[in-house]
Design a protein around this ligand. Structure first.
Ligand SMILES: [Zn+2]
Length: 160
C-alpha cells in the first residue's frame, strides 16, 4: 500500500487550487531551493537601485516549478492585488532542463520583474534583445540581463 504523505497532499492541493488561496490571508514567502540563488541575485540588483518601498512586497509570494507545456510557456507570473498582494511564479520544469545558464537567468529575472514591478512584456523589433521581451530574447547572456535589469530599475526608482 502506498504511503500517503499527508503534508505533501495538503501542500499540493493548496498550490494546485491557487484560487483557494484567496481564503488564506496568511503571509508566505516561498522560493524553491533551485531558484533561491537567482532570486537572491535579483534582489541584490534591485536593492542597489530601489528602496523597498519602491517595489511590490507581496503579502504572499511563491516561486517554483510546474508543467506549463499545455500553455506553451516557459514561465508564468500570476499577480493579484485585489485582496492581498499575491505573486505566484511558475517556471516550466522541462524548459528549465534544456535552458543554459544565461537563459535561466533571463527567464527568472523576467518573471520577477513582472512580480515586483508589475512591469509588462515588451514587444517590437527594437526590444527583442531585452530580457522583458515577450518571447525568447536574442541577446541572451547574463551580463546583458544584469545590465538591463540594473538600467531598468535605476530608471523605475530614480524619480520617487
Ligand atoms: Zn512576460
Amino acid at each position: 500500500m502506498p504511503k500517503i504523505n499527508l503534508k505533501r497532499v495538503l501542500l499540493t492541493s493548496l498550490i494546485g487550487y491557487s484560487s483557494l488561496l484567496v481564503l488564506f490571508w496568511v503571509p508566505f514567502n516561498y522560493t524553491t531551493d533551485e531558484l533561491k540563488d537567482y532570486h537572491d541575485n535579483y534582489m541584490t540588483i534591485i536593492n542597489g537601485n530601489c528602496k523597498s518601498s519602491q517595489y511590490i512586497n507581496p503579502w504572499q509570494f511563491y516561486m517554483s516549478f510546474k508543467d506549463l507545456s499545455s500553455e506553451g510557456l516557459a514561465g508564468a507570473t500570476h499577480y493579484s492585488d485585489r485582496y492581498v498582494s499575491r505573486r505566484l511564479i511558475w517556471i516550466d520544469s522541462s524548459e528549465w532542463k534544456i535552458y543554459n545558464e544565461d537563459e535561466k537567468i533571463s527567464l527568472v529575472f523576467h518573471e520577477l520583474t513582472h512580480a515586483y514591478f508589475n512591469y509588462p512584456d515588451l514587444s517590437g523589433y527594437n526590444n527583442r534583445a531585452h530580457f522583458m521581451y515577450e518571447g525568447m530574447n536574442d541577446l541572451n547572456n547574463k551580463f546583458s540581463t544584469y545590465q538591463q535589469l540594473n538600467e531598468l530599475t535605476k530608471d523605475l526608482c530614480k524619480s520617487q
